[in-house]
Design a protein around this ligand. Structure first.
Ligand code: SF4
Length: 326
């Protein structure tokens, strides 16, 4: 009975681009981050969440950058003042705050493993200053890009920041597919996602990930019900500048995006059943690339964190042995 309940509670119900990306990079890291229903009151769950959320200083910088861009736009939407001279301190505050929180997580891990954690790193003042400088540069550059410059100059008046945590229903699933910025120009609505770093142009799957924003728009009352009335865009930092990509949506693309999401949900459910009620992590495939391990909070406790190649071989051998037995 308890097993059935655990299985039901932990069954994947939500889709987002970050969930999809992590599942592709490492199913085990995905299971550790999203395979257990998050309940803040349970210490185990909270610690697991904190370890799963661990990020390198570089990623914390990107997160801080995204945070201040959204903050800037939120202030603009409410007509509040923005002080340019506070930019560096806002970013520094976010980075230092995250590093401090992560130090607490590292201490918990060290207590458990009894040795020094590989996540432990000294991020000196100079390194923080460098990260802040990079973030300030990217921030100033994005403020000069469309549509943000037109929004700040008041040339685009019909716009808003969507809540990324907002959920859109699809069958029995909840999707996190809201754009960062939505604005209207004439009869057309534009839906844009910001990416703090990425490729110059989106590949076919990335295009479909962007199309998922149309599902959010179509479920919003007051917005057009025809896919063709939307243009999906992304603004991505790539090799020294922000690159904007746009595409007019159509039924076919939106349908393909829906299919992609359903396939992902099926893959997530398959992984969930593989994990089983006893949450057997040895059944979870490991990362395909060791680069993913260097940015993973589980590096100290995961066999892949020590030697990914050997761990993958061992896992394959175990699976083969199991298959011959059955
Ligand atoms: S250390 Fe590597 S293999 Fe292990 S969970 Fe993290 S990314 Fe996956």
């Amino acid at each position: 009975m308890e097993d059935k309940r655990t299985t039901w509670v932990n069954k994947p119900k939500a889709w987002s681009v970050s969930r999809r990306t992590l599942m592709e990079q490492c199913p085990r890291a995905w299971a550790l981050k999203y395979g257990f229903a998050r309940r803040n009151t349970r210490t185990f769950n909270r610690i697991l969440t904190e370890v799963s959320d661990w990020s390198s200083p570089w990623r914390l910088m990107l997160r801080a950058l995204r945070g201040v861009i959204i903050e800037r736009l939120e202030l603009a939407s409410t007509g509040k003042n923005w002080s340019e001279k506070d930019l560096a301190s806002r970013i520094r505050f976010r980075i230092i705050g995250s590093l401090e929180r992560q130090r607490g997580t590292t201490r918990i891990i060290e207590k458990r493993i009894g040795v020094s954690s590989r996540l432990k790193m000294k991020v000196g003042k100079q390194e923080i200053a460098r990260l802040v400088e990079i973030a300030c540069h990217r921030f100033n550059a994005v403020m000069a890009c469309e549509p943000i410059s037109s929004i700040l100059e008041g040339k685009i008046t019909d716009w808003f920041i969507a809540d990324r945590l907002e959920k859109t229903s699809l069958d029995r699933y909840k999707l996190h597919v809201a754009p960062d910025i939505a604005w209207r120009k004439g009869r057309r609505w534009h839906l844009l996602r910001l990416a703090m770093q990425g490729g110059k142009k989106p590949g076919p799957e990335k295009v479909l990930e962007s199309m998922s924003m149309v599902l959010w728009a179509l479920s919003n009352s007051g917005m057009p019900v025809l896919a063709e009335r939307y243009e999906v865009s992304s603004l991505t930092w790539n090799r020294g500048s922000w690159r904007k990509w746009s595409m007019t949506a159509n039924d076919e693309q939106v349908k393909a995006a829906t299919e992609l999401i359903k396939l992902d949900m099926k893959a997530m459910c398959d992984l969930h059943y593989r994990l089983g009620p006893s949450c057997d992590l040895s059944q979870m495939p490991l990362a395909t690339n060791s680069r993913n391990c260097t940015n993973c909070g589980h590096i100290d406790t995961c066999p892949g964190g020590e030697d990914l190649h050997r761990a993958r071989l061992e896992q394959a051998a175990l699976e083969m042995a199991k298959a011959t037995k059955s």
